[in-house]
Design a protein around this ligand. Sequence first.
Ligand code: DQA
Length: 142
Amino acid sequence: MTRILIINGPNLNLLGVREPGIYGNNSMESYLETLRSQYPNYSIEYFQSNHEGEIIDMLHKVGFDESLAGIVLNAGAYTHTSLAIADAISAINVPVIEVHISNVHSREEVRHHSMISSVCRGVIAGFGMNSYRLGIEAIVAQ
Ligand code: DQA
């Protein structure tokens, strides 16, 4: 079965609880069930960490695995700060799709710049939890 990995960065373990006006009421665990039923022919794996180094370690661990079709990455606030995550994405072979639940460009200016966009295959932002599904679509369609 083709594998896809979703990686969520800091504070995204609180989806469903955290600022529901911005991030919605759905937990990642319940949304993963929806995604897995929508893509029965794909193995949709999930990793979340609040720690920059753990996200980098995971990118290194899976990034050369030919059985992995792609990574859907919501790096959370590290999107705007982490040259180290950008370097890890550059280093690996597996394509990475950058996703955001909120439209970062309609929010505070500090969220308008992404350190990782230029090294990702593409960027999806602003579609709520559907951003993850659209990220998967980008991998499935390639
Ligand atoms: C986010 C947007 C980031 O600016 C923020 O720091 C997050 C979530 C999003 O999914 O909309 O933690 O990546």
